[in-house]
Design a binder for this molecule. Structure first.
Ligand SMILES: Cc1cc2nc3c(=O)[nH]c(=O)nc-3n(C[C@H](O)[C@H](O)[C@H](O)COP(=O)(O)OP(=O)(O)OC[C@H]3O[C@@H](n4cnc5c(N)ncnc54)[C@H](O)[C@@H]3O)c2cc1C
Length: 496
């Protein structure tokens, strides 16, 4: 029995692939030379909610880069009942030695091969009724309700969710607390962040200007984070898409949207508002509401500043849901980020146990242009590859594990990340070529030894395919190194 646990993209894609492969095998097994392990039966434990996340549409942008649409669907009629037994329960505990799962309804499930795909949960270090983290449509609904009356929101974090919220929230004062010195620092350097600032101040824009492009080249001589304006640095991490925000259906509200950023801080404490304790607050810019009738919550930052607000939204990342798996199963290797460690075959440290999606920490993939980020596209690829690995010995990883690709949206700009876009695995010194047209585009290409290793494309650049190929093929770009970002030079044509 193949058992898959978790109704997110990773689990669902794993089950779909298992169904297809077992079908194909049963019709062609007499001619097949592959080594297939027997046991064409699948049990899908999707969680008690009864809803699963399905991939509705896959659009290829380039050979590897793709965008996917994710939909929430009721699990009841999704899989053919003769092929998949669906159980709408949670796994409560696990005996890895006896290969038994214990479910929340008291049932026990025995497996031959297991895929763990139980995802991750947003990090929230503060238990307070005025603190919200976003994970699914339910939490977006709660946010929508709270925004109807909130006068001021404190937004914490500098990742995809926080950046999108800072840009998109309407009719509310936003105090945005970030750990870095620049916005979106997990993905972009200081120069790119500057491109976003006017859009952040204005909120979502419908039109864009097209001034002259500026090109620069600089050499990154060390990985140590710099605070100087002249030496932009990047650190790893990646983004979330914008579409879930449409669910907020925001009105403009009574108030003008205002944003104030508090940089280089973390949240030290959050308490419910109490006028006797919280009468003195940090001065905010004049256009912000004075502390009139008090607020619902009180946020204390690590730099000693204090701010009152009606809601705190945390977007500071996720932690894998590995607790139930590690309890009592000490042979299961857990990484420092709490993810279950997997090798390049999606296998955990326990025989016949595989793992895919946000729950896992991919240790075994060694391409210097690929890194794990907890994204839908990776959850899908991992789910599919996991199914293949569960069925076939010596299966090869797909090309999508050779190069990191991600297509998303920041401040209304189309954004593509390729390869080692933050230079995390590049030995210094290496070169960064940058072309920037304010309000139009930003392109950054990291090269070392005349090979392209990582690229950030902001705006409608049409360069994704070309750069993806240059990274995958490790083409020698020395003949065109000075024209790499010349807008009048056609690289694609040159290499054709
Ligand atoms: C607000 C938000 C917006 C995002 N937007 C984007 C985006 O635009 N683009 C992008 O690429 N990524 C985005 N992400 C990240 C993306 O959602 C995740 O990378 C992806 O959903 C991971 O899929 P998964 O299947 O591994 O886990 P999940 O989707 O978390 O699914 C885990 C499943 O396991 C089930 N489960 C958990 N515990 C148990 C248990 N004990 N027993 C049984 N079942 C269990 C859960 O019910 C759930 O069905 C976003 C994330 C958030 C929070």
């Amino acid at each position: 029995m193949y058992v898959v646990v978790g109704g997110g993209v990773a689990g669902v894609c794993c089950v779909q692939e298992l169904v297809q492969l077992l079908d194909n095998y049963s019709t062609s097994s007499s001619n097949s030379s592959s080594t297939v392990l027997n046991g064409p039966k699948i049990t899908f434990i999707c969680g008690s909610a009864g809803f699963i996340k399905t991939v509705d549409e896959v659009s290829k942008v380039t050979k590897v880069l793709e965008t996917i649409k994710v939909k929430e669907s009721p699990v009841s009629s999704y899989f053919p009942t003769d092929k998949v037994k669906v159980i709408q329960e949670n796994v409560k505990s696990w005996d890895s030695k006896k290969k038994i799962l214990f479910l929340s309804n008291g049932d026990q499930i025995i497996y031959d091969k297991l895929c763990i795909a139980t995802g991750a949960s947003p990090i929230n270090n503060f238990e307070n009724e005025n603190v919200l983290t976003l994970r699914d449509l339910d939490t977006v609904e709660i946010l929508k309700k709270r925004l109807e009356t909130a006068r001021r929101v404190v937004l914490v974090g500098n990742g995809g969710i926080a950046n999108e919220l800072a840009y998109e929230l309407k009719g509310v004062e936003i105090i945005w607390a970030i750990r870095h010195l620049t916005i979106a620092a997990s993905y972009f350097d200081k120069q790119a962040a500057t491109l976003f600032l006017p859009r952040l101040a204005a909120g979502r824009l419908n039109e864009s200007l097209k001034p002259e492009a500026v090109r620069t080249r600089y050499t990154i001589s060390s990985h140590i984070e710099s605070t100087s304006e002249a030496d932009p640095s990047t650190s790893g991490g990646c983004a979330l898409g914008p579409y879930w925000l449409s669910k907020l259906e925001q009105k403009d509200g009574n108030k003008k949207r205002k944003v104030h950023i508090i940089k280089d801080v973390e949240v030290a404490n959050i308490e419910n508002w109490d006028i006797s304790k919280h009468s003195t607050l940090t001065d905010l810019p004049d256009e912000f509401e004075a502390d009139t009738n008090g607020w619902k919550a009180f946020v204390l930052f690590s730099n000693g500043e204090t701010v009152g607000c009606d809601l705190v939204i945390f977007g500071i990342g996720v932690t894998p849901n590995s607790e139930i798996w590690k309890n009592g199963n000490s042979d299961l290797k857990i990484a420092n980020d709490n993810g279950i460690e997997i090798n390049d075959k999606m296998e955990t440290s326990i025989k016949d146990v595989y793992c895919a999606g946000d729950i896992c920490t991919a240790k075994g993939f060694h391409s210097k242009h690929w890194s794990q980020m907890r994204l839908w596209t990776q959850a899908r690829s991992m789910g599919i590859y996991c199914a293949r690995s569960m069925l076939f010995k010596d299966v090869e990883a797909d090309i999508c594990f050779e190069i990191f690709t991600h297509n998303t949206n920041f401040y209304g700009f189309n954004v593509v990340f390729l390869g080692d876009f933050a230079g995390e695995h590049l030995e210094t010194p290496y070169d960064a070529d940058v072309r920037c047209s304010p309000e139009q585009e930003y392109i950054k290409v990291l090269t070392k030894d005349n090979r392209v290793h990582g690229v950030v494309l902001v705006g409608e650049t049409d360069l994704a395919e070309t750069f993806e190929n240059l990274i995958l093929d490790q083409t020698d770009v020395s003949p065109i190194i000075d024209d790499l970002l010349n807008p009048h030079f056609d690289i694609e044509d040159y290499y054709d």
